[in-house]
Design a protein around this ligand. Structure first.
Ligand SMILES: [Ca+2]
Ligand SMILES: [Ca+2]
Ligand SMILES: [Ca+2]
Ligand SMILES: [Ca+2]
Length: 495
């Protein structure tokens, strides 16, 4: 409850004088130099435990340094310099978010070898792939010091236009190997996969087998707009081993707008023998129908030795898997924010209750044909309003609670109680004001466009009524969310 009060009061204090803003800016600049030196060592290694107030993957010091908002998670997914590299990836690759010539970029088409390209990297690099299909076999990369890349699918044949809703497919010539298999020995790892499909991979690790090994100091593993489907590996669709052992090493696994479906074994399996905390983030993801032949799990993570895991699930569905939807063990803290988790269990003594914070049973349309588009009639709260008017509607599947493409800002408020059963708004349609009767005092309302963009509006409170002025919004359909209580509703703005 304290957290909710703080967030609400933070909203009110955004109305401050210019003098106050100036003072805060000066303070931020003063803190900046100190934060940078505290968080990055001479080698560029990110120290464990850096502060990330809005949990968007950008540390506070980096956001301040680059004029971003430490309280706004949506700025991780914008592209300030138009180089088609989101701020999140600019940070991970240590590049300049205001310079379109940074980071280094390589373009390859399907006649070229993705494996040779990766093996030849000598600096953090974006590898752009033409839209289409690639054949790829990755041998294990041992004895490499530092391996930092973003593999980005969805480019047209001239590399002049990037389709953020198009996925590039990675096929496998050699059916005895994983799709991607990385195991560098030391340094910093940045393994980011964007707009890729890995389907029907065959071997032990499934589609991806990623190991951050003993002597690595930093590792970011990120999947963004990906689909890991029909893995026939004997382990899982995506297998991650966080094995880093250096005292201040840092590892973060971030999965955004990504589908894990119909793996032979677990959809995602994450083993942590890291000596420090590993951050796991699932944002707008879906894990379903995994464990086809082994009653394995949708998402499974656990710790060994001194490892700890800090897991958060935003707008995520884990539902309809053959084993548990989520199975966790060891030293784990875990939070669900606006998610559908149908069954959670723990192995060993750590047994947890089922958790459903949005819908009890999200329903997918035609999932037998790999169309995991949510049925809006049966999943109204999950998909409210978001099926209307998207330019790529019906071309891309729904993933998690949102469409494929740039994700909306995930809610950052933790759901602690839900004392009212649905969000009542009136009038709807409205020309100017939305009225919301409430009986609890702590609320945080946000309004999103159908494309997931967060819109700013003015909110006031009169007794037990919240009044939101939406008169300035263009006519159309919007979604309003109460982040504190995890409720959402769509409304129509008219003249
Ligand atoms: Ca941040
Ligand atoms: Ca931010
Ligand atoms: Ca950029
Ligand atoms: Ca840049």
């Amino acid at each position: 409850m304290l957290k909710n009060l703080l967030i609400f009061s933070a909203l009110i204090t955004t109305v401050v004088s210019n003098a106050q803003v100036q003072t805060n800016k000066t303070k931020n600049l003063q803190n900046q130099a100190r934060s940078v030196s505290e968080n990055i060592s001479n080698t560029g290694m990110i120290q464990a435990g850096f502060q990330d107030t809005d949990d968007d993957g950008l540390p506070d010091f980096w956001e301040i340094q680059h004029n971003l908002d430490i309280n706004d998670p949506s700025d991780a997914y914008i592209d300030l310099d138009n180089d088609a590299v989101y701020n999140l990836f600019e940070f991970q690759l240590s590049s300049d978010p205001y310079d379109s010539l940074s980071p280094h970029i390589i373009q390859i088409d399907s006649t070229m070898s993705l494996q040779d390209t990766i093996e030849s990297l000598s600096q953090p690099t974006v590898i752009r792939l033409q839209y289409g299909e690639y054949s790829y076999v990755q041998e294990n990369l041992f004895n490499i010091d530092s391996l930092q890349f973003l593999i980005q699918g969805g480019w047209n044949e001239k590399f002049s236009k990037w389709h953020h809703d198009s996925l590039t497919k990675i096929n496998h010539l050699d059916t005895t190997k994983e799709g991607f298999y990385f195991n560098p020995s030391s340094g910093k790892g940045v393994w980011t996969f964007q707009n890729l499909i890995l389907d029907e991979s065959k071997n032990f690790g499934g589609s991806m087998f990623l190991i951050s090994d003993n002597n690595m100091d930093t590792c970011f593993i990120t999947l963004f707009n990906c689909r890991i489907t029909n893995s026939e590996g004997s382990f899982s669709g995506l297998l991650v081993d966080n094995w880093m052992k250096l005292p201040n090493s840092y590892s973060e696994n971030r999965f955004i707008n990504t589908l894990f479906a119909r793996s032979f074994d677990d959809g995602i399996h994450i083993q942590n023998t890291h000596e420090n905390e590993t951050k796991l983030r699932f944002i707008n993801c879906t894990s379903t129908q995994n464990g086809v032949n082994q009653s394995a799990d949708g998402i499974r993570y656990f710790t060994l030795d001194n490892a700890t895991v800090d897991a958060k699930f935003y707008n995520t569905i884990a539902w309809g898997n053959y084993g548990d939807d989520i199975n966790e063990g060891g030293t784990v803290t875990r939070q669900f924010i606006h998610s559908d988790i149908d069954a959670v269990s723990g192995f060993g003594t750590n047994v947890l209750p089922d958790v459903n914070t949005v819908n009890i049973y999200p329903e997918f349309i035609d999932s037998t044909n790999a169309n995991f588009h949510l049925d809006s009639a049966l999943s109204t709260l999950v998909d409210a309003g978001l099926d209307v008017g998207l330019p790529f509607n019906d071309l891309a599947i729904d993933i998690g609670c949102f469409e494929s493409g740039t994700p909306s800002a995930p809610p950052t408020t933790i759901l602690e109680s839900r004392s009212y059963s649905s969000l009542k708004i009136f009038p709807n349609p409205t020309t100017e004001k939305l009225h919301i009767p409430i009986d609890e005092k702590e609320h945080l309302f946000e309004i999103y466009s159908v494309t997931g963009e967060r819109l700013s509006t003015k909110t006031s409170q009169v007794d037990d009524l919240f009044i939101i002025d939406v008169g300035a919004l263009p006519n159309g359909i919007y979604v309003i969310q109460d982040l504190v209580f995890g409720k959402s509703e769509s409304f129509v703005k008219i003249d």
